[in-house]
Design a protein around this ligand. Structure first.
Ligand code: CTP
Ligand code: MG
Length: 335
């Protein structure tokens, strides 16, 4: 495994463009689904504002970052400015209110890492998680959505990678594999380091958007309409990029010393982050820096066993892209 294989992209890779684009298209949610999500958000806003008129609801996660596939649940953040709010009590009260407003399967999960209320809306059939004051997630959702505006190849690549990860069972943080959020960051970073670059680092550019949340300063260039065409000197197609993405994570990424950083748009070293040894439960076996909470490694859920599972899956995907006659099927075969 230490041997760096120098694989070359197969010459006939372009034949996979059509099929990959068809998969991407088939995963995009329909407008009518988006409308139902808005409808549910409005319903929730009405219910919440009766009890807490000053509260704000925000969509975050895949329903708002443009990386959501069809039939996803929605993630909602309830923001309320109340310094001495007890989250558990608040969530229990919220659950009570939602239940009496005829929402189904209402459940307060007060002991989760991110405490939430879960529910299902019988009118739209959509399920929803509501968290309290997780405003950093709302801001990183905006960052991802802004990156997606710059070059359509990001959305194409991320849909395919997420679809692959779900099919292969490596999108389960409770089993030590990676979150969808981590996979999207891996795709953004990968397109930042292509030469010529397909994406810039928005946080390295003059800032046009800036907020401070939980003492974390989040600022970056968000006038992305001015960046359309940024990556046009790079002519790589989705088929080449999927091949190169898996090749990178299978054979080229230096797991021993590298951290991928969307913030800087480059690779940085574990040493400079002091992520070289296990601290508590953080093993840093694959390092993905959160763009705003820079002490947060999205790879921290990965342990000794699941790093092997992940790397074997990257190698499997790379070898399918190299040799398989029908990668658009084999890649997504259930494990
Ligand atoms: N999030 C975060 N830090 C994490 C994991 C998630 O801030 N370690 C936030 C991000 O804003 C992310 C959202 O929570 O967009 C939802 O995370 P996740 O479920 O991983 O991603 P989704 O985009 O909702 O993907 P899926 O389509 O699988 O639901
Ligand atoms: Mg989600």
């Amino acid at each position: 495994r230490m041997m760096k294989r120098q694989m070359e992209c197969p010459r006939d890779i372009e034949r996979l463009n059509g099929p990959f684009l068809a998969i991407y298209q088939s995963l995009i949610p329909l407008e009518e689904e988006k409308a139902k999500q808005k409808q549910l958000l409005t319903l929730l806003e009405n219910i919440v504002s009766k009890e807490w008129p000053e509260a704000q609801l925000y969509l975050y996660g895949s329903c708002a970052n443009s990386f959501g596939v069809s039939k996803s649940d929605i993630d909602v953040c309830l923001a309320i400015d109340d310094a001495d709010i007890n989250k558990s009590e608040f969530l229990l009260k919220l659950a009570d209110i939602l239940q009496s407003d005829n929402l189904q399967n209402v459940q307060a999960l007060t002991r989760a890492r991110v405490p939430i209320v879960k529910l299902m809306d019988p009118t739209t059939g959509i399920s929803c998680d509501i968290c309290i004051n997780n405003v950093l997630a709302v801001v990183n959702t905006k960052l991802l959505r802004d990156y997606a505006e710059i070059d359509v190849r990001l959305r194409q690549l991320a849909f395919i990678v997420k679809h692959w990860a779900k099919s292969r069972g490596v999108n389960e943080t409770y089993q030590g594999t990676l979150s969808s959020y981590a996979y999207v960051l891996m795709c953004i970073h990968f397109l930042q380091i292509r030469r010529p670059a397909i994406l810039p680092s928005l946080q390295e550019m003059g800032c046009t958007y800036s907020v401070i949340i939980d003492d974390v300063k989040c600022s970056y260039f968000d006038q992305v309409e001015k960046l359309r065409g940024f990556g046009s000197r790079n002519k790589e197609t989705i088929a080449q990029l999927v091949w190169a993405f898996f090749n990178y994570w299978a054979y080229r990424h230096d797991y021993a010393s590298d951290v991928i950083s969307v913030r800087t748009g480059s690779i940085i070293s574990k040493r400079e982050k002091d992520w070289t040894r296990r601290i508590g439960n953080d093993r840093h076996l694959i390092c993905i820096e959160d763009p705003f909470e820079v002490s947060h490694d999205l790879g921290r859920v990965v342990d000794k066993h699941s790093i092997r599972v992940l790397r074997e899956e990257f190698e499997r995907a790379a070898s399918i892209m190299q040799y398989d006659p029908n990668p658009c099927v084999t890649l997504f075969e259930p494990y």
